[in-house]
Ligand binder design. Structure first.
Ligand code: KIV
Length: 271
């Protein structure tokens, strides 16, 4: 994108201003150029190139298989489309856990090869060293607590997290640790609304919720889910803004019918 563009871009600073002004932050995922172009044009503040690409784009059962290079492919495609939104790229499983030097080189590779604006990492105090090292390179980091899908085999299930006091207290401590180390925002996934609202009040950085109620600073959804592309995924937290599964099915079946009947193409659709 031209450096002379006069579009006012969303930055991490903008998000802090929004929190301070009580303006809610909108965030959606995107994984490819065409979708990102529409999401950006619609005025979404943050586009997350989520590792949920592993599920919705590649058909894996979990987010664990997606690789750093695959995330980079998705993120670079998104960045080419975006004029205004802040683009945050998920660091995939295995690219940052347990080794802060490797974490830094993964984050640098993402920033260099995609043109994204920030990275997101799942976890709290156990990954603080990696987050700290990445921040020293000037790379903004968004945290992610609560249900962290990269740890699904530790949890064993996708049910609501932090319902018990001990886990809730650990989440609060983790959120404070992420703020203290310098994360610019935190995603809270699938936790009780009351706890999420408490965390949002407790920290000065924006809290973006998914299945975390309305007392936070913004909301994120997976774009394929909110468009209703997968009609088998219907969690309580998901509001569907369309039923693209049905609409796409109708379009494909109408096309098949037209091809089979010889109705398509007609005279005005040929050279
Ligand atoms: O990968 C993803 O899409 C996410 C969101 C669910 C927050 O992390």
């Amino acid at each position: 994108m031209s450096v002379h563009s006069n579009v006012k871009k969303v930055t991490t600073h903008t998000l802090h201003e929004m929190k301070n002004a009580g303006k809610k932050i909108s965030m959606l995922t995107a994984y490819d150029f065409s979708m990102a172009r529409i999401v950006d044009e619609a005025g979404i503040d943050v586009i997350l190139v989520g590792d949920s690409a592993s599920n919705v784009m590649a058909g894996h059962e979990t987010t664990l298989p997606i690789t750093l290079d695959q995330m980079i492919y998705h993120a670079a495609s998104v960045v080419r489309a975006v004029k205004r939104s802040l683009v945050v790229v998920d660091m995939p499983f295995g690219s940052y856990q347990g080794n802060s030097k490797e974490a830094l080189s993964s984050a640098i590779k993402i920033m260099k090869e995609t043109g994204g604006h920030a990275v997101k990492m799942e976890g709290g105090q156990e990954i603080i060293e990696s987050i700290g090292r990445i921040l020293t390179a000037g790379i903004p980091v968004m945290g992610h607590l609560g249900l962290t899908p990269q740890s699904i085999y530790k949890f064993g299930t996708y049910v609501v997290r932090a319902k018990e006091e001990e886990e809730a207290q650990r989440l609060i401590d983790d959120a404070k640790a992420l703020e203290a180390v310098g994360c610019f925002a935190i995603v809270l996934e699938k936790i009780p609304a009351q706890l999420a609202a408490q965390v949002a009040k407790m920290v000065s950085i924006p809290i973006i919720g998914i299945g975390a109620g309305n007392g936070v600073d913004g909301q994120v959804l997976v774009v394929h889910d909110m468009l209703g592309i997968n009609n088998e995924f219907n969690p309580r937290f998901l509001r569907k803004y369309n039923n693209l599964h049905e609409q796409m099915m109708n379009s494909f079946q109408a096309y098949i019918k037209d091809v089979q009947s010889g109705d398509f193409p007609n005279e005005s659709e040929q050279y």
